[in-house]
Design a protein around this ligand. Structure first.
Ligand code: NAD
Length: 498
């Protein structure tokens, strides 16, 4: 039996491994259990929130430039430990090392953004609002904030949240996904090394009991959530009912329109990355191709060839040469769900034109693998067209014209991303203006935003008012105070004239 990787909580600056219930953490490449995530509940959450609350007054008073310095050091430490972080993400999640590297860079950009906190916290001023009366705004932290994160980006999504929240002067409790708790621990150790005072950042592992304790704790002021839509909705409703600010990112179904004039080689490259990158486990995955007119005939032969060439294999081995193009999905249960959605498409009349269901990885027969799969002739009423699949499956839906394609994309309950591939400025302009999605790509397959821009999901892809990342996130993690002032010279006289 493998030696299990320790999975402690981090509370008040102490690494503590609780006894009691736990859930298994898998290496999806092999199917082996590599750790046990403690199933925390109210007691652990209460200890972490109390530690964060106790650390808040000191951290709030720490000048923003000093807070930023912690994150400058943190940035260096993440770079110095980059390979270790990548290997951990690949081992617990199954991303290829290249994908893990990309995701940690995206996360690191959020640390870099947080380093700019002294200017991000600038307020506004107006002199002589009335005669001798001045007005200014200042941004102050909220107190204890919490983050609840999904399995699919073990480092990047937590990094969307706590660096900026903490740089703004808050303290933080992170509850990572119980499926991928190990990378968060490494990130916490590096933050400790960067010199963050004890209690400012805390980690509690667990599932629903842990989440409910955070959502109802009176000392938690704000909750950032990323995960599936039903849970995002639950988090928003429960958190706001308990008086908290909530930003809750949900699931998605992202459409990619291919016009007949699209550059086919570039589109094939972008589309196969959008659909099959990270084994399709991305909230910005381009999971449905809407081919307009004759675009399908031009696109599909090359797309099928590209999908068939994708080499599936284990991602938990260090040598870069041994890396496949695509790793496993997160669990056996998740693989079965994806398989049943593909089967439902077949049953409802769609045609599987590239079938990755029987893929074998001989050196890891118990890993959770699926090959790239393309399903053609998907119709709007099919389950496969409506539900988020979250696996390496691309639907193809054939559209008569751009109007039809936009109407299909806009009928989705979700609203995360949408993209168009075309050489026509007019078609691109029409699409970006009319499509109902918060992040739009023009000849860009995965228009996921970088740290300085908000991650703007719409409809059932987001519940809340202020999005994660960028200036909206600064607003989310701070409260504004408006100060109106007037000074009287009576007691001291007109000193400046003497
Ligand atoms: P999930 O909703 O199952 O879990 C997310 C978090 O919620 C985890 O920390 C989990 O412990 C907790 N949780 C799960 N069930 C709960 C319950 N009943 N009550 C309270 N808490 C609960 O999501 P996942 O499977 O880990 O992640 C995949 C989903 O996340 C996909 O739907 C994907 O689209 C979405 N996602 C969205 C974005 C975005 O920015 N919109 C980014 C990444 C992932």
């Amino acid at each position: 039996m493998n030696q299990l990787t320790p999975c402690p909580n981090f509370i008040g600056g102490e690494w503590l491994t609780p006894s009691g219930a736990s859930t298994p953490v898998f290496n999806p490449s092999t199917g082996d259990v590599i750790a046990e995530a403690p199933a925390g509940g109210a007691a652990e959450v209460n200890a972490a929130v109390e530690a964060a609350q106790a650390a808040f007054p000191g951290w709030r008073e720490t000048p923003p430039v000093e807070r930023a310095r912690v994150f400058f050091r943190y940035r260096q430490l993440i770079e110095a430990n980059f390979d270790k972080l990548c290997a951990t993400v690949s081992r617990e999640h199954g991303k290829t090392l290249a994908e893990s590297r990309g995701s940690i860079y995206r996360g690191l950009e959020n640390v870099e953004y947080a380093c700019g906190v002294p200017t991000l916290l600038f307020g506004d001023t107006l002199e002589n609002l009335a005669r001798n009366v001045d007005c200014e705004t200042i941004l102050q932290p909220l107190g204890v904030c919490a983050g609840i994160t999904p399995f699919n980006f073990p480092a990047m999504v937590p990094l969307w949240m706590y660096p900026l929240a903490i740089a703004c002067g808050n303290t933080f409790v992170l509850k990572p996904s119980e499926k991928v708790p190990l990378c968060a621990i490494l990130l916490g150790q590096l933050l400790e090394q960067a010199g963050l005072p004890k209690g400012v950042f805390n980690i509690v592992h667990g599932g629903r009991a842990c989440v409910d304790a955070l959502l109802t704790h009176p000392k938690v002021k704000a909750v950032s959530f990323v995960g599936s839509t039903p849970i995002a909705k639950y988090i928003y409703e429960t958190g706001t009912k308990h008086g908290k600010r909530v930003q809750a990112n949900g699931g998605a179904k992202n459409y990619i329109v291919i016009m007949p004039d699209a550059d086919i080689p570039k589109t094939v490259e972008a589309l196969s990355t959008a659909a099959f990158g990270c084994a399709g486990e991305r909230c910005m995955a381009g999971s449905t191709a809407l081919t307009v007119g004759k675009a399908a005939d031009r696109l599909l032969p090359d797309l099928i060839a590209a999908a068939k060439a994708i080499k599936v294999g284990r991602t938990d081995q260090p040598a870069p040469a041994a890396q496949p193009d695509m790793g496993p999905v997160i669990t056996g249960q998740h693989r079965d769900r994806v398989l049943s959605l593909v089967a439902s498409g077949e049953k409802e009349g769609a045609k599987i034109i590239t079938d990755g269901r029987g893929v074998k990885v001989p050196d890891a027969p118990r890993g959770f693998y699926l090959g790239a799969t393309i399903v053609d002739g998907v119709e709007a009423n099919m389950t496969l067209a409506r539900e988020e699949v979250f696996g390496p499956v691309l639907n193809v839906m054939r559209m008569d014209d751009l109007d039809h394609a936009i109407a299909q994309a806009n009928a989705s309950a979700f609203g995360n991303g949408a993209a168009i591939f075309t050489n026509s400025g007019g078609a691109a302009r029409e699409f970006k203006h009319r499509v109902k999605a918060g992040m739009v790509g023009i000849n860009v397959g995965v228009p996921a935003t970088m740290a300085m821009f908000p991650f703007t999901g719409w409809d059932e892809s987001f519940y809340g008012d202020l999005h994660i990342q960028g200036k909206e996130a600064v607003q989310f993690y701070t409260q504004q105070k408006v100060i109106t002032s007037r000074w009287f010279g009576g007691d001291v006289g007109d000193v400046w004239k003497k």
